[in-house]
Write a protein that binds this ligand. Sequence first.
Ligand SMILES: *Cc1c(COP(=O)(O)O)cnc(C)c1O
Length: 502
Amino acid sequence: MLYKSTRGNYRPVSPAEAITMGIAPDGGLFVPDRQPAIPPEQLMQISNMTYSRKSAFILKPFLTDFAPEEIEECTFKAYNREKFDAAEIAPLIELERQIHVLELWHGPTYAFKDMALQILPHLLLKSAAKTGENAEIVILVATSGDTGKAALEGFRDVPKTKIIVFFPAEGVSEIQKRQMITQTGNNVRVIAVQGNFDDAQNGVKSLFSDKKLQKELGQFGYKFSSANSINWGRLVPQIVYYFSAYSDLLAKGKIVPGEKINFVVPTGNFGNILAAFYAWQMGLPVHRLICAANANNVLSDFIRTGVYNRNRPFYKTISPSMDILISSNLERLLYELNGHDPGKVKKWMENLKENGEYAVDQETHGRIKEIFWSEQATDAETLETIKDIYRRYRYVVDTHTAVAINVLRKYLQATADARKNVVISTASPFKFNASVARAIFGEKAIRNKSEFTLLEMLSQASGMIIPEGLRNLDKRPVLHTTVITKEEMANNVKEILIPSAS
Ligand SMILES: *Cc1c(COP(=O)(O)O)cnc(C)c1O
């Protein structure tokens, strides 16, 4: 299988090349040139596999230049009980007959980003070896909070790599920030960038297109790659859990073979829900992919109207990992929906860059509406949902998952759809404990309490133990203190990599 750039100005590359490069040199994203199909009878078959075997099964047809044993080695190293605190890796919880929750936060950093970032370093090292890459790979990451920590954990002390994470100085939760600035490892750097996530992400994208910088660093033996969901190696492992959830429902007798279900995905950069779209294209019986947004509702407007317009206020919400106005992976969706014709996609992306907006044609919009449905939830609705879910089921969800559940309720009201729904739960409630505690205990009860006292309160209310990595986070030494503007990013990278550059 070969991978093509969505902008159409680069040669097709092998899977290993796509993963090593991260982003296509013409500014596009790599996309597989055909879709492997998983026949329905195999869905039952995979239900009694371990998660790492399921993962190898789904990855194989995409990574055609990897030997099957190599893929298994990667999935076994990534998905095991040392790294994840749940034997199933991605457990599926039934709230009620029609609503199931897929918990994707049992990895080392307590957000779903671990599902991909625990395996990406293994895939990347093998890919680099296959492509004969001798350079030291520098992973550049822009994070809205969770990717950064997950990538740091995945890549720390991995030989022949360095990782530099840029996070928006004012755009992440206290716990997210603490997790990152206390990161240990001899190949890691964490930098705060003034501005919001879009600023950090645009800054990183411009480093990727800065040929002069790359040439300069190349002379010192460095090459950039990406751990963001623009990298196919980050996206493809996310397809697995959609199959896993479906096969679990089958195995438990909750659905019959072929029965269509809905997935509800709290969305930011459109990576997670795009993986669901690929699962659907591969034959997973899906009726609707429900795209849940917070007040930064650029995606729900787009899905409803076909007009993408990022010229709007940027809101800081209590679901910060979804505070994004430029959803990179939408480009892949548009390319898929236009028969892999880069012409229109290129034009739309140029419009986005120049005017901050584009409108897709009716045909494309029609195809989007066939499979996607979207709504948004305000912060107040999110808090109300957390409280309600706790009252009804004694189950505690984080803010992002609550956005998804709130939007699911809106969907059920609007459509009276009787199908089963799987809500993608993207973070542990402990990771966003300030908002979760506020929702459950009320404003007064939490006033003047530190985030770390709140962890204790939440643990008592939920009966869940505080995750190891979040306990005592406030007592760990701060190792990263640099704050820069986005214009300083290129120089900053040089200073980090070339000791004499400053
Ligand atoms: C990253 C993230 C999201 C958004 O996922 P995308 O793939 O960017 O759409 C939602 N919730 C949490 C907790 C996240 O970390």
